[in-house]
Design a binder for this molecule. Structure first.
Ligand SMILES: C[S@@+](CC[C@H](N)C(=O)[O-])C[C@H]1O[C@@H](n2cnc3c(N)ncnc32)[C@H](O)[C@@H]1O
Length: 322
C-alpha cells in the first residue's frame, strides 16, 4: 500500500525564487544544497555513494549492517520508521530488515524533496516487504516537518547520510528542536553524522578523481537554468572542495573562471561574477561525540545509543527527548 503526498507547489517555486535571489545577493554568493536534488542530482548522488573516495556511505552501511537489530531493540521495536532525506533508502533496508525480524515493521514514511526517487523507492519497498504500508511525503523537510503523519505506536525517525551536516548551526539547532517537539516520549531519533578526521581524506571525499562530485555540484546551475530561466554556462565554473578546520566543515563552492554576467529571467535579475569569485553551494559539518552531546542538549534531546564503524570514521547516534 503506497500513499505519497506531494507538497511541492507554487509556494515551493516561490520559496526557491526567494532563496536564490537572497543567496545571490549575499557575500559570498550562496545557493542552498537542497536545490541539487532534481532527478539528475539524485542519480549523481547515488553515483557518489559508490565512489572509492566517498567513505561516509560505506561506513554508515557497515554500522547499519552490523547493528540494526540492536538499534531497533534500543528504540523499543518501533512499528513506524520515518526517514528524512530518504533518497533511494539503500542502507535503510538494514533497519527495515531488523524491524521485520523483530516482528514490529508496519509503516515506512520516506520524506524527500525529490519526487522521482521517492516514488521509485516506495514502489521497490512494497515489493520487497510484503504488507508494508508506505506513507511518503515529497516536501522540503525544513518547511513541512510538522506534516509528518502521527502513528499509533512508537516511531523511529532516521536522518541518515550526514545530511544534518548541511545545515548551519542556527538552522540545525532549530531543526533538531522541531524534531524533538515531534517526538513522543517513546519515539527515538537516529542521526547519521560524519566525524572529524584528516583534511586529505575529507577533501578527497568531496573531490573525487572521476569528477562525479564536480558534476553533482554543477548540476545546481542546471536546475536554476531550467527552473528560473537562468543562462549559467556550466563550463565557466569549476568545483572547489575545501576543509575549514576552524569550523570543522567542508566548504563546497563553484568558482567563476571568467568575469561574466548571468541572467535569471524568472527573477528579472542579472548577476555579475568576477574571475576567481566563489559561490558556496554546500557545507558538510563534521562532528565529535562531545559536540553532538551539546548540540542535542541545546535541542532538548539526549543520546541513548552511540554506534560507529570499525575505523571510527562515522557515527549513528540514537537520541530521545530529554
Ligand atoms: C546527502 S543525500 C542522503 C540520501 C540518503 N539518505 C543516503 O543516506 O544516502 C540527501 C537527501 O536529502 C534530500 N534532501 C535534501 N534537502 C532536503 C530538504 N530540504 N527537504 C527534503 N529532502 C531533502 C535529498 O533529495 C537527498 O535524497
Amino acid at each position: 500500500m503506497i500513499a505519497i503526498e506531494v507538497h511541492l507547489d507554487a509556494e515551493a517555486s516561490e520559496a526557491m525564487a526567494r532563496d536564490v535571489r537572497a543567496g545571490l545577493q549575499s557575500e559570498p554568493k550562496e545557493l542552498a544544497p537542497k536545490y541539487f536534488y532534481d532527478e539528475r542530482g539524485s542519480q549523481l548522488f547515488e553515483q557518489i555513494t559508490e565512489l572509492a573516495e566517498y567513505y561516509p556511505t560505506r561506513a554508515e552501511r557497515e554500522i547499519l549492517a552490523r547493528r540494526s537489530a540492536e538499534i531497533v531493540a534500543e528504540a523499543g521495536a518501533p512499528g513506524t520508521l520515518v526517514e528524512l532525506g530518504s533518497g533511494s533508502a539503500a542502507k535503510t533496508r538494514h533497519l527495515l530488515d531488523a524491524m521485520r525480524d523483530a516482528g514490529c515493521l508496519d509503516t515506512y514514511v520516506p520524506v524527500d524533496i525529490s519526487e522521482e526517487i521517492t516514488q521509485e523507492t516506495a514502489r521497490c519497498l512494497v515489493e520487497e516487504y510484503p504488507g508494508l504500508a508506505v506513507r511518503g511525503l515529497v516536501c522540503d523537510f525544513e518547511r513541512h516537518l510538522e506534516r509528518i503523519p502521527t502513528a499509533e505506536g512508537e516511531r523511529l525517525v532516521a536522518f541518515l547520510g550526514g545530511t544534518v551536516g548541511n545545515l548551519y548551526p542556527a538552522q540545525r539547532q532549530g531543526f533538531l528542536s522541531r524534531i524533538a517537539a515531534l517526538l513522543g516520549p517513546a519515539d527515538r531519533l537516529l542521526l547519521g553524522t560524519d566525524l572529524v578526521k584528516e583534511t586529505d581524506r575529507l577533501e578527497a571525499a568531496y573531490d573525487d578523481s572521476l569528477g562525479v562530485t564536480a558534476e553533482f555540484n554543477k548540476n545546481v546551475l542546471q536546475v536554476l537554468n531550467r527552473e528560473l530561466g537562468a543562462d549559467f554556462d556550466l563550463d565557466a565554473f569549476e568545483h572547489v572542495a575545501r576543509y575549514d578546520s576552524d569550523r570543522e566543515r567542508m566548504d563546497i563552492r563553484l568558482r567563476s573562471l571568467a568575469d561574466q554576467e548571468v541572467r535569471l529571467e524568472e527573477l528579472d535579475v542579472s548577476v555579475e561574477f568576477v574571475a576567481g569569485e566563489e559561490m558556496r553551494t554546500e557545507i558538510s559539518t563534521k562532528f565529535t561525540r562531545a559536540r553532538l552531546e551539546s548540540i542535542y542538549a541545546d535541542a532538548g534531546l539526549e543520546i541513548c545509543g552511540w554506534f560507529t564503524d570499525a575505523a571510527g570514521d562515522y557515527a549513528l547516534s540514537l537520541a530521545r527527548p530529554a
